[in-house]
Design a protein around this ligand. Structure first.
Ligand code: ZN
Length: 254
């Protein structure tokens, strides 16, 4: 707590004076353009990694950057879930982008991966495992299509309930040393994109091209943020070069 209190004092003395004009403007009105859904992991600092300012984005955080599939609830409003409410609130507030951000060495993904080998699963009867079992089983099923030890390229297709042009593929280049849990985490990010697109109010905006859904993945060890590229069928590091090539359409579109 001491660190928090001293941090508030540091903010008050060094940062707040220069931020005050923009905070005053935001006091009664904000128009965030993005909803980010990311993991609660303490090492992830989404506003810092993206240099976002106050008012730029809504953020939903939970274990394993999850947005449960709409079919798990039906159309009834009886079963309230914060993630679902947050998605509805953000979309009705006019966000133009929803991004799911996973990360390396994710504890939630490690728990999920452990359920493949129940004898190693030490958290079977925890709330975390119930949460993962209920909402992330589809990611695990998808992941099981991969042969993680294969020497050749592995590919997973995400196409259920999606229009053909929305089909996504994820290819793992086995030269790259991603752990099995990190691969599961990337599969899981794309599965969350599908889950987001399963909501009727999201579909309407997608059809009108008023909303885009993106997959991000942060490598904690090397501090690099990657964005899923549909054309390249993989997560690609965001840097000067890829901003001019792979992701240039996203810069001009904004
Ligand atoms: Zn995590």
């Amino acid at each position: 707590m001491e660190k928090l209190l001293l941090g508030v004092m540091k903010f008050r003395n060094l940062v707040q004076p220069s931020m005050l004009p923009s905070l005053k403007k935001l006091a009664n009105k904000a128009q965030p353009r993005m909803l980010m859904i990311t993991c609660m992991d303490s090492r992830l600092c989404p506003t810092s990694f993206t240099q976002a300012d106050p008012g730029d984005m809504f953020i939903v955080r939970n274990p394993g950057n999850m947005m449960p599939h709409s079919q798990l609830f039906g159309e009834s409003h009886q079963s309230a879930l914060s993630e679902r409410a947050a998605l509805e609130l953000a979309v009705s507030s006019g966000v133009e982008h929803v991004a799911v951000c996973g990360h390396s060495n994710c504890k939630a993904m490690a728990f999920l991966h452990q359920s493949l080998t129940p004898e190693e699963n030490t958290a079977q009867n925890s709330w975390v495992s119930s949460w993962l079992k209920r909402y992330a089983q589809a990611s695990l099923t998808k992941f099981e299509q991969l042969d993680v030890h294969a020497s050749e390229v592995n590919k997973i297709t995400f196409s259920s309930n999606l229009r053909e042009h929305e089909k996504m593929e994820l290819v793992f280049d086995n030269q790259k040393n991603l752990s099995a849990v990190d691969k599961l985490s990337q599969v899981h990010v794309l599965e969350q994109i599908q889950n987001i697109k399963s909501y009727g109010f999201v579909r309407d905006l997608l059809d009108k091209k008023a909303l885009q859904v993106h997959g991000l993945w942060f490598d904690i060890g090397d501090g690099e943020m990657s964005l899923y590229s549909k054309n390249d069928k993989k997560f690609i590091v965001i840097n000067e070069q890829t901003l001019e090539t792979t992701f240039s359409h996203l810069i001009t579109a904004d």
